[in-house]
Design a protein around this ligand. Sequence first.
Ligand SMILES: Nc1ncnc2c1ncn2[C@@H]1O[C@H](COP(=O)(O)OP(=O)(O)O)[C@@H](O)[C@H]1O
Ligand SMILES: [Mg+2]
Length: 263
Amino acid sequence: MKKTITICFTNNKGGSGKSTTCGNIGAAMARSGHKVLLIDGDMQMNLSLSFFPEDKVLEMSEGKNNLYYAVTGQKDLTSYIVRTSYENLDMIPSSSRMSSVEAELSRGRNREFILRKCLSGVKESGEYDYILIDAPPTLGNWVMNILCASDYVMVPVEASPWGMFGLANMFDFLNEAKEISPSLEILGIVVTKADLRKGYFKQTLETLKEMEGIYLFDSYIRVDSAVEWAQDNSAPVVEYKRSCRSAKEYIKLAEEVTERAGR
Ligand SMILES: Nc1ncnc2c1ncn2[C@@H]1O[C@H](COP(=O)(O)OP(=O)(O)O)[C@@H](O)[C@H]1O
Ligand SMILES: [Mg+2]
């Protein structure tokens, strides 16, 4: 039976490319034959919106078959999985109700391991090669749950001065998570929304390369308006326009991720 590898995407800075990166790596992995489950952990539902039209996302958000009910009810996640329109690619959608998940999961023993427990049935079934979890831009107990349910964490960083600000807090939090869940590994940082014409991009890369013990992915994702057109069409860019620059970059990044995460 195959071992399911779980990777989450976290950064407390909003707009750093977490949802875009999670969705596109997932779609690229699925295209290359891996069975992938995406979990939308953010009340903003951006990952859900990358695969389903707005009315469907609202319907899922208002219904009971979403992550909020699964996690707050401490249910096995298997029956909350929905199919996307792409082969090998399934999802557990989010809900706007996730806004209260932080408060609801903040009490009791093992409060960091609720998501891990809810996911154990899906992992043990061996149905998926990869589970990819998109995190919200926070550093509280819910993101701690996401980290403690994961084998690896990837940190998308926007190549901008404010994208770099606060990164130290992020890594302190990841180290705290590693103490609670020692099997968690930091897979690496990926630079997103890069503009090669700007000197600041080079400086960002240099700074990130100097971070001791943290892998910087060779592949970075450049600014590309096709990303936004794809999102407007409820599709990941690797499916919407496979020939465009960012799609090719995401396909390469997904290969690097599968190499580093071991499948
Ligand atoms: N490579 C890119 N080129 C252009 N725009 C991008 C790119 N990646 C992300 N974006 C845009 O940046 C915004 C933030 O990205 P998102 O993935 O939602 O970040 P996060 O999940 O970290 O908040 C979105 O509006 C998205 O369309
Ligand atoms: Mg997001």
